[in-house]
Design a protein around this ligand. Structure first.
Ligand code: KMH
Ligand code: ZN
Length: 310
């Protein structure tokens, strides 16, 4: 693993898992997404991972137009690296999911490195009433949901975005996803430095035990050596415990309301910025420092904030 004393904080601003009834603080409209992303950058996030939502209902919206309401504003207000999802919602096809990144040509796009069960139906036990009809179906439907990322799907995203010099946040939810990434590296379809985003605690992927974190790092070290920059995200209540363990081991970290709506046990995070500030405190408490967007660009060999299509 390539590491430095500078730690990249990514912030995943809204995502496609949590629904409006779970927390009043989830950014939904373009104005809310823009404001929350800008505040997260001001708090120290060097990379902003962005999804879009229907402003009326909060449903995930992966249309190209849905991103137009906030991309230019975020770019104008911050120097942060914009990372557009190709994950969209796990219910969407890869062709739908890849459209925004292909069109807007961001410096970074996420790329999910394997198919998996993607279960967020356990959240149903916590919420009884929903503002919108789609929310319950969204959660219930994940009981029978496969988040499809076949080798052909991954090739499709690579072919669709690579010509734009977009580089990838390789989302790895389990050990096999690291081997899938190594497969594409062996074929020369992805070039180092690899930005490996290890996802812990999403039902259907690897767990959240410290041994799980060690095993993910050990395997990535063996497969990629100095060719990768490790980042971690802990889903839900595990977010900061996993971040703390991994930063101490040389990782970068991802926080944000996409991955967890909490700031502490039983306490809702009132903003993305609050989670970023908590991450910053962990980093600085270890005697490390938060990477600037320019430092992140250097570490990840990114094309530069002006070489985008927004
Ligand atoms: N919500 C994360 C666990 C993507 O956008 O490509 C997964 C994610 C997928 O961020
Ligand atoms: Zn995402």
């Amino acid at each position: 693993m390539n590491q430095s004393d500078k730690v990249i904080i990514s912030c995943a601003v809204t995502g496609a898992i949590h629904t409006p009834s779970m927390t009043p603080y989830l950014p939904i409209t373009p104005d809310e997404i823009a404001a929350s992303a800008i505040a997260a950058a001001e708090a120290g996030a060097a990379i902003l991972h962005l999804h879009a939502r229907n402003p009326e209902t909060g449903q995930p919206d992966q249309t190209v137009e849905a991103f137009a309401g906030f991309l230019p504003r975020i770019k104008q207000a911050t120097d942060a690296v914009i990372n557009i999802t190709t994950g969209g919602s796990p219910y969407m096809t890869v062709a739908e999911r890849a459209k925004p990144a292909a069109h807007w040509q961001p410096e970074v796009a996420s790329l999910n490195m394997g198919s998996m069960n993607f279960g967020f139906f356990p959240l149903l036990s916590k919420y009884k009433d929903f503002k919108y009809d789609w929310e319950r179906a969204h959660l219930e439907g994940s009981r029978d949901l496969v988040f499809r990322n076949s080798f052909q799907d991954i090739e499709y995203v690579l072919e669709t975005c690579y010509g734009n010099d977009t580089r990838f946040e390789f989302e790895c939810y389990d050990i096999s996803h690291l081997y899938n990434l190594a497969h594409f590296a062996d074929r020369g379809l992805v070039k180092p430095p690899f930005f490996v985003q290890s996802v812990f605690g999403l039902l259907g992927g690897i767990g959240t035990h410290p041994e799980d974190v060690m095993h993910m790092k050990r395997t990535a070290d063996r497969l990629f050596g100095k060719d990768f920059r490790w980042s971690v995200l802990g889903a839900g209540a595990n977010q900061f415990r996993i971040a703390t363990q991994a930063v101490a081991m040389g990782a970068n970290i991802r926080v944000g309301l996409e991955d967890s709506i909490w700031i502490a046990r039983g306490q809702l995070a009132e903003s993305n910025a609050a989670q970023v500030l908590r991450a910053k405190a962990i980093i600085e408490g270890l005697g490390l420092s938060v990477a600037t967007p320019e430092e992140a660009r250097e570490m990840l060999s990114l094309k530069g904030g002006d070489r985008v299509n927004f």
